[in-house]
Design a protein around this ligand. Structure first.
Ligand SMILES: Cc1cc2nc3c(=O)[nH]c(=O)nc-3n(C[C@H](O)[C@H](O)[C@H](O)COP(=O)(O)OP(=O)(O)OC[C@H]3O[C@@H](n4cnc5c(N)ncnc54)[C@H](O)[C@@H]3O)c2cc1C
Length: 411
């Protein structure tokens, strides 16, 4: 006989309401599947990876299998904006720069050409002209300009997916930490146990637990996924008086990335007037419960030097005026994990994790893929080979082989 704590059966239970879980819940609900989205903390909390004011969307990837996903996501961001009736996606160009022999940057140019993404490679003087003297790069660097850049507003986007999920009939529950997941061999259902003693039944489940994915998967399947949490920081810098307009997205200032050591990225002035976001793509390996909420001095020094070199007296590079903390969930090859959980769960559970500091832009397509995997067992029009759990099997700890350096550094 069923325990009274069991709530009725869902078609899909999604675990974790960051951007990936919220997008997935919207996609499954839209397909008419009875969907439950569970979140361990408050909705829209700041302890995971999906909160804040801006995320870059760009199609410039050294790996050529991401560009098509970005283009599809870009279309889908516009579709969901039309459905909800407000904006989360602000377009601009993407500007990548770095030493002319940087392998990752050269791979970006090749991958754009392979994917028919229009790309312009500029020398130092051409970069100076292109951006009216705002960016100054060293003599031996190149600049790479593409369209398909822009900013997504993360917290607003997560709230949007949750609202659309609700509108399509999904049930959303926060402060509901999943402590175990089992398979009921008799009914073939998945049973999800919550910390407060309740449990839910579902035909399928999707785990989108961010930096908590490794722990949850280890508990329920005994499988050690190599997803390492990294604590990273975002910094905002003051644009010097009189130069604010040059950095505005509406005036064509691009989202940008600077290749080499360290990899630095940034977004135009949008969310905080007079400020520009310029962080390092790096972090400190730690457990989610062991955070410092602060940036190491060495990283801030590297940013200071970079800002003075690129923006001279246009930006106050002495110290950031605002710092925020966030988490990356890193795989060894910086590729996502999107696969069936396997084991006793077979194809009834899907895991989407390890987004390695570059997943936000892809949330619409990841949600679509996860929904198709639980609905029909296969995702259309996308090759998931690089995202399989099996790539780490045997002694292949690093996963997919790359011919260029890692972009995110652990310190
Ligand atoms: C500073 C920073 C900058 C970034 N910049 C970019 C960028 O410019 N472009 C880009 O594309 N990407 C970027 N990213 C990466 C992107 O934000 C992440 O890839 C994405 O947000 C990951 O979302 P998620 O849903 O997998 O994880 P999360 O947002 O962490 O969501 C996981 C959720 O699962 C919940 N959960 C975990 N365990 C349980 C449990 N047992 N029970 C119930 N709930 C549970 C958590 O509480 C959490 O809410 C950036 C990330 C950071 C931190």
């Amino acid at each position: 006989m069923e325990n009274s704590n069991t709530i009725y059966t869902f078609d899909v239970i999604v675990i974790g309401a960051g951007v990936m879980g919220s997008s997935t819940a919207y996609q499954t609900a839209k397909r008419g599947l009875r969907t439950l989205l569970l979140e361990q903390f408050d909705f829209l909390h700041h302890r995971g990876s999906s909160h804040g004011e801006s995320r870059t969307i760009r199609a410039t990837y050294p790996e050529d299998y991401y560009s098509e996903m970005v283009l599809e996501s870009s279309r889908m961001w516009e579709e969901v904006e039309a459905e909800i009736g407000y904006k989360v996606y602000f377009k601009t160009n993407q500007f990548d720069m770095g030493p002319s022999d940087n392998k990752s940057l050269l791979a970006v140019v090749n991958s754009c050409r392979k994917n028919s993404i229009p790309v312009r490679v500029l020398n130092r003087d051409e970069v100076f002209q292109e951006f009216s003297g705002v960016f100054q790069i060293p003599e031996y660097w190149i600049g790479v300009v593409t369209q398909h850049g822009g900013i997504i507003k993360p917290t607003k986007a997560v709230a949007m997916f949750q609202t659309l999920g609700l509108r399509n009939g999904a049930v959303l529950r926060d402060n509901a930490q999943v402590i175990d997941i089992t398979k009921d061999e008799e009914t073939n259902e998945i049973v999800v146990f919550i910390g407060d003693g309740e449990k839910y039944r579902g035909r399928k489940c999707v785990i989108t637990a961010g930096v908590w994915t490794r722990k949850l998967v280890k508990k329920v399947r005994g499988l050690e996924l190599p997803i390492q949490p990294l604590e990273t920081t975002v910094h905002y810098w003051k644009i010097n008086e009189g130069h604010e307009d040059k950095f505005k997205i509406e005036n064509g200032f691009p989202t940008f990335a600077s290749y080499g050591e360290p990899y630095i990225y940034g977004t135009p002035s949008l969310e905080f007037p007079g400020l520009i976001k310029i962080p390092v793509h790096a972090g400190r390996a730690c457990e989610p419960e062991d955070r410092t909420w602060a940036a190491p001095a060495a990283l801030v020094n590297a940013l200071r030097e970079w800002i003075k070199g690129r923006f001279r007296d246009l930006v106050d590079g002495d110290k950031p005026v605002l710092t925020q903390s966030c988490m990356y969930s890193m795989t060894p090859d910086e590729d996502f994990v999107i696969d069936f959980l396997g084991g006793e769960f077979g194809e009834d559970a899907v895991v989407c994790g390890g987004f390695s500091g570059h997943g936000f832009k892809m949330a619409p397509v990841v949600g679509r893929i996860a929904a198709e995997l639980v609905a029909s067992g296969a995702a259309e029009g996308v090759d998931l080979t690089h995202f399989k759990i099996g790539r780490f099997e045997g002694n292949n700890f690093k996963g997919n082989v790359k011919e260029f350096d890692d972009q995110v550094k652990s310190h």
